[in-house]
Design a protein around this ligand. Sequence first.
Ligand code: PXP
Length: 241
Amino acid sequence: MKTVLSVNINKVALLRNSREGNFPNLLQYALDCEEFGADGITVHPRPDERHIRYNDIPVLKEHISTELNVEGNPIPSFMKLVLDNQPAQCTLVPDDPSQLTSDHGWDTLKHKSFLKDICNQLRENGIRSSIFLDPDPHMFEHCADIGVDRIELYTGHYAIDFKKDMDLGFIELSKHAEVARLAGSAGIEVNAGHDLNMMNLKPYKEALPTLKEVSIGHALTIDALYFGLKNVISMYKNILK
Ligand code: PXP
């Protein structure tokens, strides 16, 4: 099954924000990612707008031709942004404003009715919902009740373990494969993301053959400094074939 590559462009927005002006031009970067083969563009606006700014979203939505995935904590301002701009997919992430980066999935039991309500709003607006999840069968258990279309498995721990010791990585990977199997039986599709890179992506894809989408930003942006964006996107796409 084809796994699509959604390029997370937050890091390029961070670079732009380090100076006045619009250099590098974020929209052009997104369009170049598409031209070089990206299947989608992911953005993760945070309340402090330290990388993607809220006003980047309408511009991206208007001009890109692949799927836009908007991720974030569904606070009222984020939900307004999403509903106003109608991305193809909205990934709900339980990050707090001061967090450096997303580092855990939802407690789907504690936040069940909240997530259910948000997923309903997204469905009513024709936006595919996805929730960020640790590879924990107990947390997956509530996803069918929530009525989410997809889950995005948090791959941060897998990436750390894999780097430390490949065998350790495979132990963590087996948890992902098990949740993906449960999701398959429940008719819920599976995305994955965080700290995926050229080394750890191949075994991940092999262990989760039904994986729908990966969103990759940090490593891909750094790889592009060394190999060039066009080469890097085709290298990642080759891994996902
Ligand atoms: N998925 C989520 C929910 C994220 O917050 C991020 C980082 O913004 C990613 C995927 C992509 O992670 P990375 O930048 O490490 O590839």
